[in-house]
Design a protein around this ligand. Structure first.
Ligand code: SF4
Ligand code: ZN
Length: 465
């Protein structure tokens, strides 16, 4: 496969390339644009023209520098062995293949896709989305030989994107609806995915009927189809093995898989917990499930939420904490679909632990939650800070309120023994070398408990005589 006709370099080495606002020529999709999507569908070979790229709307060269536009990427693929169940897995590769292009950054998937094209790339002549479509077609065929023909249609016009956007939303919903029909106890095979290891080398997704992949785009059916056609590929079978803890969802097969795939870094996974041996997170999670110690409950914030969450942190700050393939109790990257599963963080207390969600998430999942719980989950519309949340939870008699008395008793005991003293907001400055620069540490509403504090002067290293 040759890319000699494409004016920028193409290859996996460019994955992970960041294009900051200052470096970008245009932004396509993303949180500031209303409608955008990417979709792959299996078509009949007679209905598509192999290699063809169709563009509806302005091309990069017609776009003003620094502007934002809708983007719809619709890939149609054909081949005698293709089946509909493979579509979602193919679709996930759009992310990877776009990132192969030097000067193109792609984030997320489905209707949260977000791309930037750099000024440097446009300067070199990468000024047409037809080139993008051509690169996608060639990579799809080369990396997935089961695809024999491919055609790409790209939408950048806000009117023209409307219909295909609605069609894409309908298809995502259909896939999700089907995935809700089965559960972990109904199957004897789980799956794994390591597509994100180029970004998070110790991360592997465990995909089970109840835990759709955290990117939200690969459910159990999709993973099964992908592992069947390419068992040595990035999606593979994970025999569950022995169940060590039913409540937590701990399986010997999953533990063996994560140990091997994380190169020994991670040894155990509780599928149904965000607090103990939680599933690792790369960076593509649709939402973050975070623990709120003040109310002994959980909050959920999704990627589309632009404000700070109830704990005072924006999604981006929590995403840094959550991602990177680490096991981070209290911060768990999840798919929206998992929230509606009966296994949702069952080990931590399940769905009843949720005290706050941004309204965008709540609107999407409300119909799958216990009806009496729904009005007791606060959103940014009802409360803006933790104190208000506490009052609200008491007022609506949220199930977690019953756990507070026990928690307070525990805390009092601790205070008697040691010194758990509320410190308000504390700040101190760590000076830099020679007294210049340095940084300031601010601890908001902190309680500090320390048995001993040791402050040591750092002696400059002695010169050897
Ligand atoms: Fe695969 Fe998980 Fe990455 Fe989705 S988030 S592409 S399932 S590794
Ligand atoms: Zn990822």
């Amino acid at each position: 496969m040759s890319f000699s006709d494409i004016p920028v370099e193409i290859g996996p080495v460019f994955e992970g390339e960041r294009i900051r606002a200052k470096q970008m020529y245009v932004e396509l999709g993303g949180p500031k644009v209303e409608k955008h999507f990417e979709l792959v569908r299996v078509a009949s070979s007679k209905d598509i023209k192999d290699g063809q790229v169709i563009l509806h709307g302005p091309d990069i060269k017609d776009m003003e520098e620094g502007s934002r536009h809708p983007i719809g990427i619709f890939v149609e693929v054909a081949g005698p062995e293709l089946e509909e169940d493979l579509e979602a897995v193919f679709e996930r590769r759009v992310h990877e293949f776009c990132n192969f292009i030097n000067g193109v950054m792609h984030l997320n998937q489905r209707y949260t896709n977000w791309m930037r094209v750099s000024k440097a790339a446009v300067g070199k002549g990468f000024n047409s989305l037809e080139m993008l479509g051509t690169v996608l077609i060639r990579l799809f065929k080369a990396e997935l030989p089961i695809i024999e023909q491919a055609q790409v249609t790209i939408y950048t016009d806000p009117k023209a994107i409307e219909k295909p956007y609605d069609m894409a939303m309908g298809i995502y919903e259909k896939r999700d609806e089907r995935a809700r029909t089965i559960h972990d106890d109904d199957v004897d095979m789980f799956y794994g995915c390591v597509l994100c290891q180029s970004f998070a080398p110790t991360h592997a997704c465990c995909i089970t009927p109840d835990r759709t992949s955290l990117c939200g785009s690969i459910n159990w059916f999709d993973a099964r189809a992908a592992a069947k056609v390419d068992p040595k590929g990035p999606l593979f079978e994970v025999p569950p093995g022995e169940c060590l803890n039913l409540e937590a969802g701990e399986f010997t097969g999953i533990n063996e898989m994560i140990k091997k795939r994380s190169l020994g870094e991670i040894e155990r996974i509780y599928l149904y917990s965000g607090m103990e041996f939680p599933h690792t997170s790369c960076g593509c999670f649709e939402a973050i499930d975070f623990y709120i110690p003040e109310v002994n409950g959980h909050g959920i914030v999704d990627r589309n939420y632009g404000d700070v969450a109830i704990n005072g942190l924006p999604f981006s700050a929590m995403a840094n904490q959550t991602g990177g393939g680490k096991q981070m109790p209290g911060f768990n990257g999840i798919s929206i679909q998992y929230i509606g599963s009966p296994k949702y963080q069952r080990y931590d207390g399940g769905i009843n632990t949720i005290v706050w969600m941004n309204s965008g998430v709540k609107d999407r999942v409300a119909e799958f939650l216990p009806p009496d719980l729904v009005p007791k989950i606060a959103t940014e519309k009802e409360v803006q800070d933790i104190n208000a949340l506490k009052d609200w939870l008491k007022e609506v008699d949220h199930p977690m309120v019953a756990t507070w008395a026990a928690l307070e008793a525990e805390e009092e005991e601790e205070e008697d023994e040691g010194a758990m003293i509320p410190m308000g907001t504390q700040s101190f400055t760590v000076p830099g070398v020679g007294g210049a620069g340095g940084f300031k540490i601010i601890l908001k509403n902190c309680k500090i408990h320390a048995e001993t504090i040791i402050i040591k002067k750092i002696e400059p290293p002695r010169k050897k005589k």
